[in-house]
Unconditional design. Structure first.
Length: 144
């Protein structure tokens, strides 16, 4: 039996207890991006196909037609879903792009608050988590 010997005075590496949380957070963020992107695509299709799906708001500072909101959600949703799949595969471009797209999604959901307030608040909270998880992750390689 061979026994590994360490040089005198060498200490074994101490694992970072937060590393597991961050890695799990990134995997969860990737899943959230994938699911949230698909739901945003469906939200966009609902806005494009039927303008009366959402309640119309009287005078709102940001005047965009519901069809316009539909296209915005559709495009952002597609980009977020593809990026979420990239995050799950461990692509470095996906982590950086995910932070940018989650920030864009957060702003879009904030502007969409009058049309779907509860859904928008939930999506804003999830976008904040995704931004945190992707920003805290430092390793490379596959997440799942």
């Amino acid at each position: 039996m061979s026994q590994q010997t360490r040089p005198v005075g060498a200490t074994p590496p101490v694992p970072d207890p937060a590393a597991g949380w961050v890695t799990g957070g990134v995997a969860f963020a990737g899943v959230l991006m994938l699911c949230g992107g698909v739901l945003a695509v469906l939200q966009g299709i609902a806005g494009i196909v039927e303008d009366d799906w959402y309640l119309t708001v009287g005078d709102y500072v940001y005047r965009v037609s519901l069809t316009g909101w539909g296209w915005i959600h559709l495009v952002i949703g597609l980009l977020v879903a593809v990026t979420g799949a990239g995050v799950l595969k461990g692509a470095e471009w996906a982590r950086i792009t995910g932070i940018v797209l989650a920030s864009l999604s957060l702003v879009t959901q904030f502007l969409f608050l009058p049309y779907a307030p509860i859904w928008s608040v939930i999506m804003i909270a999830l976008d904040v988590f995704v931004i945190w998880a992707l920003a805290a992750y430092r390793s490379s390689g596959r997440v799942l």
